[in-house]
Every structure is written in C-alpha cells, then in structure tokens.
Design a protein around this ligand. Structure first.
Ligand SMILES: Cc1ncc(COP(=O)(O)O)c(C=O)c1O
Length: 362
C-alpha cells in the first residue's frame, strides 16, 4: 500500500496546456495571465483592486508596507495560526502583540482582541485558520469603528463565505496564498486585495521596485514581489474549476464526519461560519494522550498527518513567557490534521477513520 499523503496539489492537463501557452508566448515574467488571475480574484471577492504576488508571505509584507507600518508600530496577530504575518512583522521591527484564539474555532474572537488592543494598535491580522472565518464579521465592524486597520489573512480560506461576504473582502486588505497545498495553487504565489485606491497605488509601487510609469525611476524603496506569468497561467486555469474544487473539499469533509467516531474527538468548530470551505480536517482527541503517538501510529499505517501550528511560546525566536496563550499552547500540542486533497476516495477516508477509531478505542 502506498502512503496516503496529507496533501497533494490537484493539477490537470488543462493546467499544463495553459502553462505551455504561457511558455510559448515567451511572456514568462509579466503577461496576460497575471491580469486574468487578478481579475478572477477581484470578481470572486468583489474587491476593487487585486495584485498578484510571488507568495502569500510577500503579499503580507506588501500589505504592511502599503499601510505605511514602520518600526515600533503595534500590530496584533493570533498566537495560533501560520506565523507568516508575525515573522514579517518582526522582520520589519513592528511591535508584535500576540492574541490568544478561541478554543473551538481556532480563530481570534472579538472578546480576546478587546483584551489586548490599546490606543497604539495600528493593525490587526485575522488568520482564517483551516478555512474558518470565525467572528470576522463582528471583528471587522469593531475595528472599522476604532479606525484600526484589518488585514485578512485568507491564505487558507479561498471560497469561504460569512454573512454573505466572501473571504478576501473583509477589512482594509486581504491576502491569499497559492502554495501547493492551497485550494487554488500556482506552486508559489499569492494575491493582495483592497478596495482603497490610495492603498492600491502604494501596493503597485512597492510591488515593483518603487517604480511607477517611468522605467528606472524609483519613487520609494520598493521590492520585487511580483508573480511570474508562467505560474499565473496555472492559477488562471485552476480558477475555472474553483467551485468544483471547493465543492469537492466540502464533500471530503462530510465523509470524514460520517466515518469518524465523533464521540472520541473534538472537531474544529465552524458554527459561526457555516459556509466555510475547509482547508484540512483538523481535530483534537478527547482522550488524554500525546497526539504524536496517534500521528506515529497513523504513519506506520501509511497515513501522513500534520501537527498543529507552533504557538509563540514554543518558538524560541519569539522569546515570550510560557503559559501566556493557554488556548494556543493547547492547540499547538493537540491539533492533528488528516489527509485532505481532491484525489482522496471514500475508501481512503474509511480506512483512515477506521485506524483512528481503533486507536482511540484502546
Ligand atoms: C494562513 C497562512 N498565511 C500565510 C501563508 C504564507 O503563504 P506562502 O506560503 O504562499 O508564502 C500561509 C501558508 O502557506 C498560510 O497558511
């Protein structure tokens, strides 16, 4: 039996055809597919401006630069989630304040944000962990009133909808990642979206060397955060079947719910966000065990899993006091993510669930 991987990109012959077309056109840096992919994301999210980037992380970096964030500025980020937003903030010498997440949704709650927010807070990053938008609707209204920037890290939530608003539309800026594991992939790539024309102008400048119209005339210290046309062609091809991809992801999630012994586990809770598109199948187990034992047992049975994100308390580089983020620390040590990709068959899911159910029974 072959190993069942945790994730696998879904690529098809149509993606290859478009990639070949981009290659044959010789437009391998800039080119039409970048605009096409940007237009797709604009339409999908109903945003006014979209800028393709070389990764989700560079989109975050570009978001901070375009908001004019600078050394010492206070920014709130979740203490559970992919650490790209805090790593970049640290690289820019921003004052990173971690905020604990909600035990059930794995996302920031308004209550927790209110506990850490100060008069100095310039921006909050919400991470839609594993596709869950949590309380984003409430939080975005609250931050708007306070005139604090909201950056939506939607890297894992392309297609999720909350209160009739599509992920990618919340806050001042939203980012997506098109890494190989994401709902839509270009291998490496990302997107930054906004409705604000002033911010959009800045994004355009910083994305491309600080140059506007006149070549080689640098107006600000910009960078090269651009996506290649070759990669954009794959993403554009995938965009045509995004609704199929997301439907499929939902059905895989439901199959896990059908076959797993739900009395033995706590699933990530999507109750605030019933129209979420799950990015993985994340859970903790009720039994007091070291989750690594379960993942090792599954690995021996040819099932690859992923551990939860490390909380800052478990990352030396962040140098934070232990036990400061109780929920994040718990999730960090307890979450396990099960295989989740389009090619998974019901019999694979049955097999995975059977192994887990057996393990948790003993
Ligand atoms: C929530 C989140 N934000 C940001 C990133 C960074 O994106 P990229 O890998 O495209 O730089 C990722 C993952 O890859 C992510 O899951």
């Amino acid at each position: 039996m072959k190993m069942i991987p945790w994730s696998k990109p879904s690529l098809n012959i149509k993606d290859r055809r478009l990639l070949n077309k981009a290659f044959d056109s010789t437009w391998i840096s800039g080119g039409d597919y970048i605009k096409k992919l940007e237009n797709f994301l604009k339409k999908q999210t109903k945003r006014k401006f979209a800028f393709a980037t070389s990764s989700g992380t560079t989109a975050i970096h570009l978001a901070y630069l375009s908001l004019g964030l600078k050394k010492g500025d206070e920014i709130i980020v979740p203490s559970y989630g992919y650490m790209g937003c805090s790593n970049v903030a640290k690289l820019m010498d921003l004052n990173v304040k971690f905020c604990d997440v909600d035990m059930k949704s794995y996302c920031l709650s308004l209550k927790n944000i209110k506990k850490v927010i100060t008069k100095k807070t310039k921006a909050v990053v919400l991470i839609n962990t594993y596709g869950n938008l949590g309380e984003i609707f409430l939080i975005s209204k609250f931050l708007k009133k306070k005139k604090i920037f909201l950056i939506e890290d939607a890297a894992e939530s392309l297609g999720s909808v909350c209160s009739k608003i599509t992920s990618g539309k919340f806050g001042d800026l939203s980012i997506f990642s098109f890494h190989a594991t994401k709902n839509l992939t270009t291998g490496e790539g990302g997107m930054l979206l906004t409705d604000n024309s002033f911010i959009a102008k800045k994004i355009k400048l910083f994305r491309s060397h600080g140059v506007d119209k006149l070549r080689y005339k640098h107006l600000v210290f910009g960078h090269n955060f651009r996506l290649s046309n070759l990669l954009a062609s794959i993403g554009y091809s995938q965009s045509k079947r995004l609704s199929y991809i997301n439907k499929k992801r939902l059905s895989l999630y439901k199959l896990y719910q059908k076959h797993l012994d739900l009395k033995k586990v706590n699933l990530q809770n999507f109750s605030n966000n019933k129209k979420a598109i799950p990015w993985t199948f994340a859970l903790t187990v009720k039994k007091k065990i070291n989750i690594n034992k379960l993942s090792l047992f599954l690995y021996k049975n040819k099932i690859e899993t992923r551990n939860g994100f490390f909380s800052p308390s478990r990352l030396k580089i962040y140098n934070v006091r232990k036990n400061l983020f109780k929920v994040s620390d718990y999730l960090s040590k307890s979450v396990i993510c099960l295989p989740f990709f389009l090619e998974l068959k019901e019999k694979d899911i049955q097999y995975i669930c059977r192994k887990i159910n057996t393990f948790l029974k003993t």
